[in-house]
Design a protein around this ligand. Sequence first.
Ligand SMILES: NC(=O)c1ccc[n+]([C@@H]2O[C@H](COP(=O)([O-])OP(=O)(O)OC[C@H]3O[C@@H](n4cnc5c(N)ncnc54)[C@H](OP(=O)(O)O)[C@@H]3O)[C@@H](O)[C@H]2O)c1
Length: 287
Amino acid sequence: MKTLITGATGQLGSLVVTHLLNRIPASNISVSVRTPSKADDLAAKGIDVRHGDFDDLALMTAAFKDIDTALIISGEADNATRIAQHRTAVDAAKAAGVKHLVYTSIIDPKANADFTYSAIHLDTENYIKQSGLRYTILRNSFYADLLMAGVPHALETGDFGAPAGNAKITYIPRNDLAEAAAVVLAKPTDHLNATYDLTGTKGVTHTEIAGYVATATGKTVQFVDLPAEVHVGILQSIGLPGHLVEALSGLYVGAKKGDYETVSNDFKTIVGRPPQSVEKFLAEALK
Ligand SMILES: NC(=O)c1ccc[n+]([C@@H]2O[C@H](COP(=O)([O-])OP(=O)(O)OC[C@H]3O[C@@H](n4cnc5c(N)ncnc54)[C@H](OP(=O)(O)O)[C@@H]3O)[C@@H](O)[C@H]2O)c1
């Protein structure tokens, strides 16, 4: 049985490959990447490296040739572009005869969520379900790794800033999400047409997160509840594209309404252990 992973030169995809290599032989693994030369390390491990891009239906269809199960890792673009790209990837998989699609969605996808990227994931989920292919949807919560972006400033100034108020967010390490994907890819028939909510063990507030950073580093760190417009200004000043600024600021608006605080047990059910807590994740990352 042949398994393919898209985005394998990205952060999540490369971790999925690592976890999958612990479960199935390299000779059964293919990857589809935009720049094959960036995947020389994977080729050296015996993985079949293919050229694919969600912007190119013919290229993507060729990349999916002879594949049984494919993990589509969502891309990075504005909503209209990304919806079209993901639909192209699904069309290509179907045209190539892929039997089972696994997709990295977002927790609680909605058409009109404040976290604007949510609509992309809802569209892609629905498009996959309408394709008639077998599927497994991995509704990933937010990466705990994202929290590291605020750490250098916090250690310099003592302020861990975000427009988060008392929001609780079920952050989960990217590496754990990669392992969950690998578990599914290794035995997709156990996860036929399933949708999993992959969350952390609890919703954590930014006050708690600042405390974890303080404990891990021995520094004084406090949470500062940034006004939304200050946060937007910071994101713009570091040159993020408008759609990403909108999504990141919307994430906190939604989180403050309780959008991302619901904990699921699905990770433990499929991986067989709970995910690493945010506290432990930060303690290890800041060692
Ligand atoms: N749950 C969360 O908290 C969270 C946070 C951030 C992002 N995400 C989503 O999860 C995805 C994976 O996360 P990550 O940390 O691995 O992000 P990442 O390191 O930026 O990787 C994104 C991957 O998507 C690939 N990609 C982008 N556009 C593509 C296209 N047109 N055709 C084919 N592949 C394309 C990239 O290819 P190259 O390697 O060629 O650049 C890269 O491998 C992201 O793309 C995003 O959709 C989720």
